[in-house]
Design a binder for this molecule. Structure first.
Ligand SMILES: [Zn+2]
Ligand SMILES: [Zn+2]
Length: 208
């Protein structure tokens, strides 16, 4: 069974749900991450309620940021490059972050994620089946939650810098359902989010 993330219409920019775009929900004292290559404020891409993966409650929020100030550069595809940032944040007491006044900090649209469980051999099969069965464009598949990543290139699952173990896959994202408001993962690529929950470590990368 593959759990797809599909386009569920628009959402409030500060909704406490799994979504792409909008404003991240963060703890008090949060500092918006900046790109270590160009120095600009990173763009907020997506938020995942970790509880959506099942298991115990209170797992927090995965927030993903990437530099879009110099699109295609700043090594924004690589984990730990400083051109992107994934953060595992507590959900309790979180409030909308203060958005920096300059830089390409936000996507052009807030998209709610609606889950669809599809019995299929792989992610591509699941996506095409879902689109066909619902008479929806394939672009309305926003990605997948949990399970295994569907790599476009080789397996690049990062290891946790603290404990050295392979991080757990959280979600995979397509660039978006509308090219005007989409993220840039090399043009038709996918973003991948991982976490080591015991160490509160999170990582992001993209492939095209
Ligand atoms: Zn940058
Ligand atoms: Zn770890």
């Amino acid at each position: 069974m593959i759990r797809l993330m599909t386009y569920g219409g628009t959402a409030a920019e500060d909704a406490a749900v799994t979504r792409t775009g909008g404003v991240p929900l963060v703890p008090e004292g949060f500092t918006w991450p900046r790109c270590s290559a160009c120095g600009g404020a990173l763009q907020f891409l997506a938020q995942v309620r970790m509880d959506d993966l099942g298991g115990p409650d209170g797992r927090g929020l995965l927030a993903v940021f990437m530099c879009d100030n110099d699109r295609g550069n700043c090594a924004a595809w690589a984990p730990r490059s400083g051109g992107n940032r994934a953060l595992l944040l507590p959900a309790e007491g979180a409030s909308p972050a203060q958005v920096p006044p300059s830089g390409r900090t936000r996507l052009g649209e807030v998209c709610a994620v609606r889950y669809a469980d599809v019995d299929a051999a792989d992610y591509y099969d699941a996506s095409t089946r879902w689109a066909k069965a619902r008479d929806r464009p394939l672009g309305d598949v926003l990605g997948r939650l949990g399970g295994e990543p569907s790599w476009l290139q080789g397996d690049e699952t990062p290891t946790c810098a603290r404990c050295g173990r392979r991080t757990a896959f959280v979600a995979q994202w397509e660039e978006g359902h509308d090219h005007r408001t989409a993220a840039y993962f090399g043009g038709g690529g996918c973003g991948y989010g991982f976490a080591c929950e015991p160490c509160r470590e999170a990582l992001f990368l993209w492939q095209a």
